[in-house]
Design a protein around this ligand. Structure first.
Ligand code: ATP
Length: 428
């Protein structure tokens, strides 16, 4: 029965002058599209219109022609510029009528918020198009509305993101799952996280290993400043079927990307580092110059980081490097602050002074000023100390200040992560 009926498709209409003018970023459309894809009704069309009844009618008509499910967001409020409900009621010829149950709920809501009575303006929010199903809004006064239109479904949701998401994840998800049932084709994903390897290099390694029959699986490379995720997607399969396909890909691709791979539930390398440190029973301290605390932030962004992270020193000025980390004044003078010896002393110094097993030292030139021919912008030394042994590496990073700092922090976390996991792998 799984494949009975054609795949359900969806269209999104977002309403609001502020969306057209770019004053509000249309996050609802993106969020809805992701949620609908995950549910199994991929979006085939997105439209955005202003708070103009004729425009809304036109957009909903066009969306209905394109998809089985039309989700409209915005313009459900009580004020005169909120015209979505009336426009859709007119288009579908479903006159608005007062819903007594809804009115009672709204009045109760206002009493609960300390109003003696509901403002008359909000009474309009208890009016629903004939035959509409009312979807509970836990975060506001405008309920969601679902309307059967021949074989199709039109859903109206308020524009406030929190309200829209609440309704979708509440009653709407249940309604859609039942209404479209066997016509939903959920997408299953399997993500392989990598860091420290360029997208093109990764593709060179991965492409020859892909099964000749790719089956229902598609592959996407998703790069950002921190690394490249390889995302496998499979549509229209059961979870077990998708897992079997992903295992075939893992067997081929997994081994070649292993040196750059990490596992993290939320995709953050710092999660992987913290887990590795915890498993090894080790703690870390950081000494940061050009990253200004970013490494510490990344590590402490992960819940539970207190188990492995003790603290750090933002050693921006050389005086702090010497006084707080024990970096040699002579080395600073001779080699400069951005040098292997200084990075190494920072990593070792902070680990020793904080009495922990691991230290990270970062010193570099984030730009835009401060570069020289020998030490250009983007030259960053990363050092890691682990159980007294220090390793350092010079990076030549590209990008603006933000990119250089972000990449430096990522690389610092990566280097310590590799060392801790390699040591664990050797059974040390
Ligand atoms: P309510 O009845 O709760 O006021 P509404 O349906 O009237 O909701 P709008 O007036 O259209 O919603 O929008 C309310 C706010 O929600 C806007 O000021 C904007 O900040 C935000 N918003 C609206 N549409 C979107 C969207 N597509 N993406 C992100 N935010 C949005």
């Amino acid at each position: 029965l799984k494949n009975s009926g054609a795949e359900a498709t969806a269209a999104i209409v977002t309403v609001g002058n502020e969306l057209l003018y770019g004053e509000t970023v249309d996050t609802n459309a993106a969020w809805l599209a992701r949620s609908l894809a995950a549910l199994g009704a991929p979006v085939v069309k997105k439209l955005t219109v202003g708070d103009v009844a004729s425009e809304i009618r036109g957009a909903v008509r066009e969306a209905l022609a394109a998809a089985d499910l039309v989700v409209v967001s915005g313009g459900l409020g009580p004020t005169a510029d909120d015209v979505t409900k009336q426009a859709v009621a007119d288009l579908l010829d479903r006159p608005l009528a007062l819903d007594e149950g809804l009115l009672a709920r709204l009045e109760e809501l206002f009493r609960a918020r300390g109003f003696r009575e509901m403002p008359p303006l909000n009474r309009t929010q208890a009016e629903v198009p004939e035959g509409a199903t009312v979807l509970r809004n836990q975060h506001g006064t405008a309920p969601g509305l679902a309307l059967e239109v021949q074989a199709k479904l039109v859903v109206l949701l308020p524009g406030v993101p929190r309200e829209l998401r609440g309704i979708f994840d509440g009653e709407l998800r249940v309604l859609l799952s039942e209404r479209f049932a066997s016509r939903l084709r959920p997408v299953h994903h399997h993500v392989m996280h990598t860091t420290g390897i360029a997208e093109s290099k990764l593709a060179e390694l991965v492409e020859p290993r892909l099964p000749s029959d790719r089956g229902p699986v598609t592959l996407a490379y998703l790069p950002d400043l921190r690394g490249v995720d390889l995302r496998l997607s499979a549509r229209g399969l059961s979870a077990a079927e998708a897992a079997a396909w992903f295992a075939r890909y893992e067997a081929e691709v997994g081994p070649v990307i292993a040196p750059w791979r990490f596992e993290a539930q939320h995709g953050d390398l710092a999660e992987a580092l913290n887990a590795a440190l915890a498993a090894a029973g080790k703690r870390v301290a950081v000494a940061e110059s050009c990253t200004g605390g970013l490494v510490a932030k990344r590590i402490t962004d992960v819940p539970g980081s207190s188990e492995v992270f003790v603290g750090g020193v933002i050693a921006y000025d050389n005086a702090v490097k010497t006084a707080e980390l024990g970096v040699s004044e002579e080395d600073l003078r001779r080699q400069g602050a951005v040098s292997e010896v200084v990075a190494a002393q920072m990593a070792r110094g902070v680990a020793e002074r904080f009495g922990v097993d691991a230290g990270i030292g970062v010193t570099g030139i984030a730009g835009p000023a401060g570069g020289t021919p020998e030490k250009p912008v983007g030259a960053v030394w990363i050092a890691t100390a682990l159980d007294g042994a220090v390793e350092a590496k010079l990076l030549h990073l590209v990008g603006n200040r933000e990119a250089i700092r972000e990449r430096s922090a990522q690389e610092a976390i990566a280097r310590l992560y590799r060392r801790v996991t390699t040591e664990a792998g050797r059974g040390a």
